[in-house]
Design a protein around this ligand. Structure first.
Ligand SMILES: NC(=O)c1ccc[n+]([C@@H]2O[C@H](COP(=O)([O-])OP(=O)(O)OC[C@H]3O[C@@H](n4cnc5c(N)ncnc54)[C@H](OP(=O)(O)O)[C@@H]3O)[C@@H](O)[C@H]2O)c1
Length: 226
């Protein structure tokens, strides 16, 4: 499948690499290709800047948000949650027909010297905001409740942990569920329509606390036992 991964951060890099290794044709989307290729400094987690990371990956295309959205049969939003609407506007997502868009973004307020603050609450969500702003797209919220290495390989943590999906279109959820299966996900819980995004985005305050309590070195995930 042709997949557009919007975002040059650690999530965009990881998912693009894993999806390409699984045989998908991938384009990473960014605001300005020339500028993104100049990102050489490692990020806060010691990962190489995008311009260094992409050097030995000629099989991964790099394009603007608009080029990527036009390229992909499926789009993954891995942009900063506070800028996702702006990124999709720049990418002319309103002209993308009824493509499926996976939204894994979270809106976080960075706080100097401490964990970021989640901006999620029970009155709105990023997933709904994307769906209502780009009514043509079929938005599926998933994967935002874990770190990116767990997203692409659930065996990173022990046992069958849980991933949630929600969205208004059953066929879109089936497409996304199949892709999650390629990553190895087995315990996939459908939370219903896109309003389910509120729940999975509001889990972030707990997730961030756990990251602090568990020290950040060991990946973890939620498991719904029933
Ligand atoms: N890190 C994780 O493990 C993790 C786990 C769960 C969910 N998430 C969510 O995944 C998303 C990506 O996270 P990340 O840590 O990989 O990267 P990030 O630093 O949150 O986002 C980087 C991307 O956002 C774009 N961006 C930033 N400001 C923008 C603006 N004003 N307009 C348009 N685009 C803008 C950047 O564009 P340029 O390429 O042009 O610079 C870049 O592509 C976030 O929503 C995050 O909450 C992350």
């Amino acid at each position: 499948m042709k997949i557009a991964v919007l975002g040059t951060g650690m999530v965009g890099q990881n998912l693009a690499q894993v999806l390409a290794a699984k045989g998908h044709e991938v384009m990473i989307g960014t605001r300005d290709v020339g500028q993104a290729l100049q990102y050489k400094k490692p990020n806060g987690f010691g990962m190489p800047g995008f311009g260094v990371w992409v050097e030995d990956k000629p099989h991964i295309h790099v394009g603007t948000y608009a080029q990527s959205i036009s390229f992909g049969d499926l789009i993954i939003n891995a942009t900063n949650g506070n800028a996702s609407i702006e990124a999709l506007r720049m990418g002319k997502a309103d002209l993308a027909g009824n493509k499926v868009l996976i939204d894994l973004g979270n809106k976080l307020q960075p706080l100097p010297g401490s964990m970021p603050k989640s901006l999620a609450d029970d009155s709105h969500s990023l997933g709904e905001e994307i769906q209502s702003t780009f009514a043509n797209l079929r938005v599926v919220k998933t994967l935002n409740t874990m770190n990116t290495y767990v997203m692409s390989d659930p065996s990173t943590v022990a046992g069958d942990s849980t991933v949630f999906v929600c969205g208004n279109d059953a066929q879109a959820k089936a497409t996304v569920t199949s892709l999650l299966g390629e990553f190895g996900w087995k315990d996939i819980i459908d939370l219903g329509d896109i309003k389910g995004s509120r729940g999975v985005e509001m889990i972030l305050p707990l997730w961030l606390r756990l990251l602090g309590s568990l020290g950040g070195a060991k990946p973890f995930n939620f498991k719904v036992v029933r």
